[in-house]
Write a protein that binds this ligand. Structure first.
Ligand SMILES: O=C(O)CCC(=O)C(=O)O
Length: 229
Protein backbone atom coordinates (compact mmCIF):
# COMPACT_ATOMS: atom_id res chain seq x y z
CA UNK A 1 0.00 0.00 0.00
CA UNK A 2 1.24 3.44 -0.80
CA UNK A 3 0.88 6.15 1.76
CA UNK A 4 -0.90 8.92 -0.12
CA UNK A 5 -3.41 6.55 -1.64
CA UNK A 6 -4.07 5.15 1.84
CA UNK A 7 -5.01 8.64 2.96
CA UNK A 8 -8.10 8.48 0.82
CA UNK A 9 -9.33 5.07 1.88
CA UNK A 10 -11.70 6.42 4.54
CA UNK A 11 -13.38 9.12 2.46
CA UNK A 12 -13.26 7.53 -0.99
CA UNK A 13 -14.06 3.85 -0.79
CA UNK A 14 -17.74 4.06 0.17
CA UNK A 15 -18.92 6.57 -2.44
CA UNK A 16 -21.40 5.44 -5.12
CA UNK A 17 -20.37 4.94 -8.76
CA UNK A 18 -16.76 4.97 -9.82
CA UNK A 19 -14.31 2.60 -8.16
CA UNK A 20 -13.66 2.32 -4.42
CA UNK A 21 -9.92 1.83 -4.86
CA UNK A 22 -7.54 4.72 -5.54
CA UNK A 23 -5.77 3.36 -8.65
CA UNK A 24 -8.41 2.23 -11.20
CA UNK A 25 -6.33 3.91 -13.92
CA UNK A 26 -3.88 0.97 -13.66
CA UNK A 27 -6.62 -1.38 -14.94
CA UNK A 28 -8.66 0.87 -17.24
CA UNK A 29 -7.06 2.28 -20.40
CA UNK A 30 -10.00 4.69 -20.76
CA UNK A 31 -8.91 6.51 -17.59
CA UNK A 32 -5.29 6.64 -18.77
CA UNK A 33 -6.47 7.97 -22.15
CA UNK A 34 -8.20 10.90 -20.44
CA UNK A 35 -5.66 11.58 -17.73
CA UNK A 36 -2.50 11.17 -19.82
CA UNK A 37 -3.90 13.18 -22.74
CA UNK A 38 -1.04 15.16 -24.24
CA UNK A 39 -2.43 18.71 -23.88
CA UNK A 40 -3.14 18.00 -20.20
CA UNK A 41 0.29 16.40 -19.72
CA UNK A 42 1.93 19.44 -21.32
CA UNK A 43 -0.03 21.82 -19.11
CA UNK A 44 0.89 19.93 -15.92
CA UNK A 45 4.56 19.70 -16.94
CA UNK A 46 4.65 23.44 -17.56
CA UNK A 47 3.16 24.09 -14.12
CA UNK A 48 5.38 21.78 -12.06
CA UNK A 49 8.39 22.10 -14.35
CA UNK A 50 8.81 18.37 -14.89
CA UNK A 51 6.67 15.62 -16.42
CA UNK A 52 3.76 14.79 -14.12
CA UNK A 53 2.94 11.16 -13.26
CA UNK A 54 -0.60 10.10 -12.35
CA UNK A 55 -0.94 8.13 -9.08
CA UNK A 56 -4.39 8.66 -7.59
CA UNK A 57 -7.99 8.67 -8.84
CA UNK A 58 -11.12 9.64 -6.93
CA UNK A 59 -14.01 8.50 -9.08
CA UNK A 60 -17.15 8.42 -6.92
CA UNK A 61 -20.11 10.52 -8.03
CA UNK A 62 -20.84 12.35 -4.78
CA UNK A 63 -18.71 14.79 -2.79
CA UNK A 64 -15.92 13.19 -0.75
CA UNK A 65 -16.97 15.58 2.06
CA UNK A 66 -13.32 15.64 2.97
CA UNK A 67 -12.88 18.84 4.99
CA UNK A 68 -10.25 21.57 4.49
CA UNK A 69 -6.78 20.27 3.66
CA UNK A 70 -3.74 20.87 1.51
CA UNK A 71 -2.39 17.95 -0.48
CA UNK A 72 1.21 18.85 0.31
CA UNK A 73 1.22 17.69 3.95
CA UNK A 74 -0.49 14.42 2.96
CA UNK A 75 2.50 13.57 0.78
CA UNK A 76 6.03 12.61 1.76
CA UNK A 77 8.16 15.74 2.23
CA UNK A 78 10.43 14.99 -0.74
CA UNK A 79 7.52 15.60 -3.15
CA UNK A 80 7.48 19.30 -2.23
CA UNK A 81 5.79 21.43 -4.87
CA UNK A 82 6.20 18.86 -7.64
CA UNK A 83 2.51 18.20 -7.34
CA UNK A 84 -0.78 19.07 -9.00
CA UNK A 85 -4.30 17.70 -9.05
CA UNK A 86 -7.15 18.02 -11.53
CA UNK A 87 -10.94 18.03 -11.17
CA UNK A 88 -12.83 17.12 -14.34
CA UNK A 89 -16.59 17.69 -14.45
CA UNK A 90 -18.55 14.92 -16.15
CA UNK A 91 -21.79 16.91 -15.81
CA UNK A 92 -22.82 20.46 -14.88
CA UNK A 93 -22.24 20.67 -11.13
CA UNK A 94 -25.17 21.66 -8.94
CA UNK A 95 -24.48 24.00 -5.98
CA UNK A 96 -26.38 21.71 -3.60
CA UNK A 97 -24.30 18.63 -4.46
CA UNK A 98 -21.29 19.52 -2.26
CA UNK A 99 -19.04 21.29 -4.76
CA UNK A 100 -15.26 21.36 -4.58
CA UNK A 101 -14.32 24.53 -2.68
CA UNK A 102 -11.02 26.37 -2.39
CA UNK A 103 -9.49 29.50 -0.90
CA UNK A 104 -7.72 31.58 -3.57
CA UNK A 105 -4.24 32.66 -2.48
CA UNK A 106 -3.98 30.06 0.32
CA UNK A 107 -1.10 28.38 -1.56
CA UNK A 108 1.00 31.28 -0.28
CA UNK A 109 0.09 30.79 3.39
CA UNK A 110 2.59 29.23 5.81
CA UNK A 111 2.60 25.50 5.22
CA UNK A 112 1.27 22.80 7.47
CA UNK A 113 3.90 20.07 7.70
CA UNK A 114 3.25 16.38 7.98
CA UNK A 115 5.75 16.10 10.82
CA UNK A 116 3.95 18.68 12.96
CA UNK A 117 0.51 17.27 12.44
CA UNK A 118 1.74 13.72 13.12
CA UNK A 119 3.26 14.92 16.39
CA UNK A 120 -0.09 16.40 17.38
CA UNK A 121 -1.89 13.04 16.97
CA UNK A 122 -2.17 10.30 19.57
CA UNK A 123 0.09 7.30 18.82
CA UNK A 124 -2.90 5.07 17.98
CA UNK A 125 -4.14 7.65 15.43
CA UNK A 126 -0.99 7.45 13.30
CA UNK A 127 -2.11 4.60 11.02
CA UNK A 128 -3.81 4.91 7.59
CA UNK A 129 -6.66 6.84 9.23
CA UNK A 130 -4.37 9.71 10.23
CA UNK A 131 -5.73 12.18 7.62
CA UNK A 132 -9.22 11.81 9.14
CA UNK A 133 -7.88 12.37 12.65
CA UNK A 134 -5.78 15.30 11.47
CA UNK A 135 -8.95 16.90 10.08
CA UNK A 136 -10.39 17.11 13.59
CA UNK A 137 -7.43 19.25 14.65
CA UNK A 138 -6.85 21.15 11.42
CA UNK A 139 -10.36 22.06 10.24
CA UNK A 140 -11.04 24.54 13.08
CA UNK A 141 -7.57 26.03 12.57
CA UNK A 142 -8.17 26.47 8.85
CA UNK A 143 -11.62 27.96 9.54
CA UNK A 144 -10.04 30.43 11.99
CA UNK A 145 -7.37 31.37 9.43
CA UNK A 146 -10.02 32.00 6.76
CA UNK A 147 -11.87 34.22 9.24
CA UNK A 148 -8.74 36.03 10.40
CA UNK A 149 -7.58 36.81 6.87
CA UNK A 150 -11.13 37.76 5.75
CA UNK A 151 -10.67 35.76 2.55
CA UNK A 152 -13.42 34.32 0.42
CA UNK A 153 -14.21 30.70 -0.28
CA UNK A 154 -14.88 29.80 -3.91
CA UNK A 155 -17.37 27.07 -4.77
CA UNK A 156 -16.30 25.49 -8.04
CA UNK A 157 -19.41 25.09 -10.20
CA UNK A 158 -18.09 23.83 -13.51
CA UNK A 159 -19.97 22.88 -16.64
CA UNK A 160 -19.60 19.43 -18.12
CA UNK A 161 -16.11 19.01 -19.55
CA UNK A 162 -14.46 21.80 -17.53
CA UNK A 163 -11.14 20.98 -15.93
CA UNK A 164 -9.62 22.67 -12.86
CA UNK A 165 -5.96 22.29 -11.89
CA UNK A 166 -4.80 23.10 -8.37
CA UNK A 167 -1.51 23.43 -6.56
CA UNK A 168 -0.56 21.06 -3.71
CA UNK A 169 -0.51 23.94 -1.21
CA UNK A 170 -4.01 25.22 -2.02
CA UNK A 171 -6.51 24.91 0.82
CA UNK A 172 -9.52 23.00 -0.52
CA UNK A 173 -12.27 20.59 0.39
CA UNK A 174 -15.15 18.52 -0.91
CA UNK A 175 -17.96 20.50 0.72
CA UNK A 176 -20.91 18.87 2.45
CA UNK A 177 -23.84 18.32 0.09
CA UNK A 178 -26.92 20.42 0.93
CA UNK A 179 -28.96 17.56 -0.49
CA UNK A 180 -27.39 14.44 1.03
CA UNK A 181 -26.30 11.94 -1.60
CA UNK A 182 -26.93 14.33 -4.51
CA UNK A 183 -24.98 13.26 -7.58
CA UNK A 184 -21.83 15.20 -8.45
CA UNK A 185 -20.21 13.56 -11.47
CA UNK A 186 -16.49 14.09 -11.54
CA UNK A 187 -13.14 12.49 -12.12
CA UNK A 188 -10.35 13.64 -9.81
CA UNK A 189 -6.71 12.81 -10.45
CA UNK A 190 -3.48 13.59 -8.57
CA UNK A 191 -0.01 13.80 -10.10
CA UNK A 192 3.55 14.13 -8.84
CA UNK A 193 6.70 15.01 -10.73
CA UNK A 194 8.04 11.72 -12.12
CA UNK A 195 11.45 12.39 -10.54
CA UNK A 196 9.98 13.07 -7.10
CA UNK A 197 8.44 9.71 -6.18
CA UNK A 198 11.40 7.41 -5.62
CA UNK A 199 9.23 5.31 -3.27
CA UNK A 200 6.97 4.45 -6.25
CA UNK A 201 7.83 2.23 -9.24
CA UNK A 202 9.23 4.21 -12.18
CA UNK A 203 6.56 6.12 -14.10
CA UNK A 204 5.47 4.68 -17.45
CA UNK A 205 4.80 6.86 -20.48
CA UNK A 206 1.38 6.52 -22.11
CA UNK A 207 1.27 6.47 -25.92
CA UNK A 208 -0.28 9.93 -25.86
CA UNK A 209 2.60 11.51 -23.93
CA UNK A 210 1.53 11.70 -20.27
CA UNK A 211 2.96 9.49 -17.50
CA UNK A 212 1.44 7.26 -14.82
CA UNK A 213 2.91 5.31 -11.92
CA UNK A 214 2.14 1.56 -12.23
CA UNK A 215 1.09 1.24 -8.60
CA UNK A 216 -0.12 -1.98 -7.08
CA UNK A 217 -2.56 -1.92 -4.24
CA UNK A 218 -4.19 -4.69 -2.24
CA UNK A 219 -7.58 -4.78 -3.98
CA UNK A 220 -8.98 -7.19 -1.38
CA UNK A 221 -9.05 -4.23 0.99
CA UNK A 222 -11.61 -2.57 -1.27
CA UNK A 223 -13.40 -5.45 -2.98
CA UNK A 224 -13.20 -8.29 -0.46
CA UNK A 225 -12.77 -11.54 -2.34
CA UNK A 226 -14.77 -10.24 -5.34
CA UNK A 227 -12.86 -9.37 -8.48
CA UNK A 228 -12.73 -5.69 -9.34
CA UNK A 229 -13.39 -4.31 -12.78
O1 LIG B 1 -14.05 17.35 -4.58
C1 LIG B 1 -13.88 16.73 -3.55
O2 LIG B 1 -14.73 15.98 -3.06
C2 LIG B 1 -12.56 16.89 -2.81
C3 LIG B 1 -11.38 16.45 -3.59
C4 LIG B 1 -10.10 16.67 -2.86
O3 LIG B 1 -10.07 17.25 -1.81
C5 LIG B 1 -8.85 16.17 -3.41
O4 LIG B 1 -8.87 15.49 -4.45
O5 LIG B 1 -7.79 16.42 -2.80
Amino acid sequence: MIQYEECWMESNSSRPQGWPDPVPYTRHPELRNILCYKPLADLLASLIEEPAGLHLNLTGWVSTERDWHQDSYLNPPWVGDSYAAVWIAFADIHPDSGPFQYVPGSHRWPQVTRQKIMNALEPDQRDHRWPKFSEIILSPLFEAEIEKRQVSIVSHLPSRGDLLVWNGRLLHRGSRAKVPGMERRSLIAHYSGINHRHEMPAAVQHDDGGFYFPLETDLNLYYGEGSPN
